[in-house]
Design a protein around this ligand. Structure first.
Ligand code: PMP
Length: 333
């Protein structure tokens, strides 16, 4: 079965990021994943996981797709489930921002909240979601972190699209990792077509992958206000992946870029897109001028009004604030 909303997932445009390109002498493009119907790159993951479960026969008409997630994957799963005749059951830890919960409910997700617990505990929401899926008749566990369908779908769609849109002339690709599905899948597709392409990881502070790729050990330092990225283990998506470059991106590094993009290019983006663009500029500097570099604009800024663009929240953490929210900003008009 197919449905109109599903047809709108993917085939997102590549946007030339002017300031980032001008500053580095490279052509830096962002793939506009915020234009997916559920508003993020994770619509692709949701569709890929559901299509794989249909294909292996585990998801039957009217069946339930269960996942442990507090974020964009849940929104994507709920919308795709609705479009294709399934139900989505989302397990999330209590204490998430009200906005996230509301967005999930607005997408039609049924939600089960559990107390927060470390990943090593059987009570962690991801493990709880697996048990719930096993206990329900006609239910499957999406398992975005370790299900190979996640990266396979990114290779077949996001990676293929980048090759088509650049005419194969792509010198570098970089993004952050949440599950690692987009990074690993896109890296696979690009390397298959262009073996000398440079693949980069942009890790937010607090993520353990930067130290993994640079020193061979998982070590987390500091923290970040970004959401959906910064992973502490080698997920199934990341197993066997090697990258050519890895960068650690602090919140203070990407916030001014996000603010400038709004004011000078009319692009309002989420924090992971900011980390990705900061990473793309570092990769551009390392590769040298004249190269074509692609990254992902995973979701839009509107989802993070209470954090990324909230001067009180930012000031309390010693972070830069959007210049237009300064008390005397209107004096400059
Ligand atoms: N950005 C945002 C906003 C996300 O929600 C996610 C997924 N958690 C990512 C980036 C990372 O994507 P992936 O899971 O493919 O690594």
């Amino acid at each position: 079965m197919t449905a109109p909303i599903v047809e709108l997932i993917g085939d997102t445009p590549l946007i030339r990021l002017k300031a980032a390109s001008d500053a580095t002498g490279c052509e830096i493009f962002g793939k506009a994943e915020f234009l997916n119907p559920g508003g993020s790159v994770k619509d692709r993951t949701a569709l890929g996981l559901i299509r794989a479960a249909e294909a292996d026969g585990s998801l039957k008409p009217g069946g339930v797709i269960v996942e442990g997630t507090a974020g964009n994957t849940g929104i994507g799963l709920a919308l795709v489930a609705g479009a294709l005749g399934y139900k989505a059951l989302i397990v999330m830890p209590r204490g998430q921002s009200a906005g996230k919960r509301e967005a999930l409910v607005a997408a039609g997700a049924q939600i089960i909240e559990v107390d927060p617990a470390p990943y090593s505990s059987e009570h962690h929401f991801v493990h709880t979601s697996r048990r719930i899926a096993a206990s329900l008749p006609n239910a499957v566990w999406a398992n975005q972190f370790d299900n190979p369908a996640n990266k396979a779908f990114h290779a077949a769609t996001t990676g293929r699209e980048i090759l088509e849109q650049t005419g194969g002339q792509v010198d570098g690709f970089i993004c952050a990792a949440g599950t690692g599905g987009s990074l690993a899948g896109i890296a696979h597709a690009l390397r298959a077509a262009k073996p000398d392409v440079s693949i980069g990881l942009a890790d937010p502070a607090g993520g353990a992958l930067y130290s993994w790729f640079t020193q061979g050990e998982l070590k987390s330092e500091g923290g970040s206000i970004t959401e959906g990225i910064g992973v502490g283990r080698i997920t199934g998506q990341l197993e066997g992946l090697e990258v050519d470059h890895a960068y650690r991106i602090e919140d203070v590094d990407f916030l001014p870029l996000l603010f400038d993009l709004i004011q000078t290019e009319g692009l309002s983006l989420g924090g992971s897109a900011g980390v990705n663009i900061a990473g793309a500029m570092k990769l551009a500097t390392d590769l040298g001028p004249g190269k074509t570099i692609v990254t992902l604009l995973c979701d839009s800024g509107a989802r993070y009004a209470g954090k990324l663009f909230n001067p009180d929240f930012l000031r309390a953490r010693g972070l830069p604030v959007p210049p237009w929210t300064e008390p005397d900003a209107s004096a400059n008009l």
